[in-house]
Ligand binder design. Structure first.
Ligand code: OGA
Ligand code: MN
Length: 291
């Protein structure tokens, strides 16, 4: 029996009573609906091969190719869709990205013109302590802003940096720069209407090297700092402590996530897929002004 249990926080729910390798259409539709409603879903106790993970993820749409790791390594042999998040070193080579340090608040791959609509992260090995992943709601972030700030930022666009990943590592093939006006990246509307739920949210991406188009740098930084202080308030977050076999699926259009550091000597191995946006309009569609 499939049941949906809300986290009790501002976002997130657990789906119980499913085996993701054998989901009928009705169960899948319930999961899809819950994902849109709760923004992040936790599904525990799964036993998935990479093929199973890809097959489940594909039910939401076509998959993006995984980004290249910091060290230039590309993907799991035979599975270009799988991104490995891991601190494990094998034969002197990191098998995945993000190391064991803190990963700062971010949305996946927002430095691209058309970022994925969802990411699916599956736990294969986890440390006993640390490495928890937190999520925050960008619908809640928009709602939390004072009306005057909402009015001030409607119509603005933000440059999302493609220099650093969330672990602070320079992306493969990029010359590092700390000037957000010239760093590689993509422009996205700061306020958007979610194409499937119709709800409004903020689209912040990540703080490092972010830049509000057209503003002097100091003004851009001050405005972004002001907005970020609202967006990542504890009341808007939900945090997950991982067990092996946990799968977490998030809506990458209306959430951000971060990860706690963990002991570098312990092993953490996660496999991730990323689901393409449905339309090229996706998050780019500017919000409609309310009358
Ligand atoms: C990711 C990510 C954090 C984590 O896979 O996109 O940010 O907890 N992962 O591993
Ligand atoms: Mn991420």
């Amino acid at each position: 029996m499939l049941t949906i249990v809300r986290s009790g926080a501002a976002l997130g729910a657990e789906v119980r009573g499913v085996d993701l390798r054998a989901l009928d259409e009705e169960a899948f539709a319930a999961i899809r609906r819950a994902w849109l409603d709760h923004q992040v879903l936790l599904i525990r106790g799964q036993l998935l091969s990479d093929d199973d993970l890809i097959r489940f993820s594909r039910r939401f749409g076509d998959l993006d190719a995984a980004p290249i790791q910091e060290n230039g390594r590309r993907f799991v042999e035979g599975h270009p869709e799988i991104y490995v998040v891991s601190n494990v070193i094998e034969n002197g080579v990191a098998i995945g990205s993000l190391g064991s340090g803190e990963a700062m608040w971010h949305t996946d791959m927002s430095y691209l013109a058309d970022p994925p609509k969802a990411s699916v992260l599956y736990a294969i090995e986890v440390p006993a302590r640390g490495g928890d992943t937190g999520f925050c709601t960008m619908y809640g972030a928009w709602d939390a802003l004072p009306g005057s700030l909402q009015r001030r930022i409607e119509g603005l666009r933000v440059k999302h940096d493609g220099t650093y990943n969330s672990g602070g590592y320079v992306r493969e093939g990029v010359t590092p720069t700390n000037d957000p006006r010239t760093s590689p990246g993509a422009l996205h509307p700061l306020v958007y209407t979610h194409p499937e739920t119709g709800r409004r949210g903020l689209y912040l991406g990540r703080r490092r090297n972010a830049y509000v188009e057209g503003l002097p740098l100091e003004e851009s930084d001050a405005l972004l700092n002001e907005i970020w202080a609202f967006a990542t308030a504890a009341t808007l977050t939900w945090c997950h402590h991982w067990e092996v076999g946990d799968l977490v699926l998030w809506d990458n259009r209306c959430t951000m996530h971060r990860r706690d550091a963990f002991d570098a000597d312990s092993r953490r191995v996660m496999h991730r897929t990323q689901i393409k946006s449905d339309t090229r309009s996706g998050i780019h569609r500017p919000c409609e002004h309310e009358v």
